[in-house]
Design a binder for this molecule. Structure first.
Ligand code: BYC
Length: 314
């Protein structure tokens, strides 16, 4: 069958809501787009451990320390599920990780901001995991089977992360005057970067049209951002925190919250590698990867010997 006919049939399967599985025929561009997006997603989960890991030793109680430790471990797991799902597309984890550490593969802009106070950990749980879950709930219905299935457990865990973040920030917002100030200050700093997680406006998003045609993304960047704003404004109101946007206003006609323009120069600057923490994050990941080389070699050798032993015995 020629490629054009195959592409037509592929699109028909997508339109009928069928999942595409690793051994199915797929356009080369579909494979490439998925590798790009899934590997960026996996890198983000792993690098996302750094800003929060920074506070494990300084969490204010044993309970908070345990919760944070578990959350950070969950993020490592998410990275591993997504790397494994991406490997079904014919690329190795090593290649993906090295494209990121030594190349220019992207990861979420949000992790290039520093965590200055413990309130930032609360705001990350509420806003960053909150934004992630809006995006990932959609990705759980994505057309590529392994990606969508990897999202099921990830969404359950992210939902728990978001709830615990909201519980923590609510407590701070209702705490002492100093705690209230800390909570508000962290919301002021994390609000706009959280909105940036959804990517550029649809009109500036070169990948969206193709990803939507193939139902990798089922909603656009702007649609998801609006959904996040609508639900988060109400949550902020419920605990007495201000959203730092003078243009935020309920629109009776649309039934949505209108909001101000994002600082797009900052967004493009961060994804080009010039954010506050970009260099530090890459340096840390590079060191961890290189320090861990002997572990990977030992594990590979161990698996090789085990397989050899099994072959001899049979
Ligand atoms: N940051 O055409 P566009 C987490 C890039 S981690 C950096 O709209 P697309 C968590 C984009 O890659 C959750 N780069 O792209 C972990 C593209 O560049 P390239 C992370 C961004 O793919 C620990 C260019 O800009 N979630 O939950 O259609 C603790 C043009 O954009 C960003 C995911 O990764 C950005 N924010 O849409 C707590 C979700 N935005 O590649 C929480 C999976 C855009 O052409 N990914 N760019 O050079 C996606 O849903 C989509 O890839 C995006 C972008 C919505 C991010």
């Amino acid at each position: 069958m020629d490629t054009e006919k195959r592409a037509e049939e592929f699109q028909q399967r997508i339109d009928a809501g069928e999942k595409i599985e690793p051994k199915d025929w797929m356009p080369e561009r579909y494979r490439k787009q998925l590798i790009r997006m899934m590997s960026q997603h996996a890198h983000s989960e792993v690098v996302g451990m750094l800003p929060e890991g920074n506070w494990i030793e300084r969490a204010p109680s044993l309970k908070r320390k345990l919760v944070l430790l578990a959350k950070v471990q969950d993020e490592a797991g998410h990275g591993l599920y997504i790397y494994s799902a991406a490997e079904t597309l014919g690329i190795s984890r090593k290649e993906m990780v090295e494209q990121y550490i030594y190349g220019d593969a992207k990861y979420s802009s949000i992790f290039n901001y520093p965590t200055l106070t413990y309130a930032d950990i609360c705001a990350i749980g509420w806003l960053v995991d909150g934004a992630a879950i809006v995006n990932q709930t959609m990705l759980a219905r994505s057309s590529y089977g392994p990606y969508s299935r990897s999202m099921v457990r990830i969404c359950k865990e992210e939902s728990f992360h978001k709830k615990q973040g909201y519980e923590m920030i609510a407590r701070m917002a209702n705490g002492t005057e100093e705690q209230q100030k800390m909570a508000q200050d962290s919301v002021n700093r994390w609000w706009w970067p959280s909105l940036m997680m959804f990517g550029p406006h649809d009109s500036d998003s070169p990948n969206s049209a193709e990803l939507i045609k193939w139902q990798v993304k089922l909603k656009t960047n702007d649609e998801l951002r609006q959904h996040f704003v609508d639900r988060t404004v109400m949550e902020a109101k419920a605990i007495g925190l201000e959203i730092p946007d003078p243009d935020l206003k309920y629109n009776e006609e649309t039934g949505h919250w209108d909001f101000g323009e994002l600082p797009w120069d900052e967004f493009w600057n961060v994804i080009k590698g010039n954010g506050i923490m970009n260099k530090e994050r890459i340096k840390t990941r590079k060191k961890a990867y290189e320090d861990g080389a002997w572990v990977r070699e030992a594990a590979t050798e161990c698996a090789r010997k085990k397989k050899l032993g099994e072959e001899k015995a049979s």
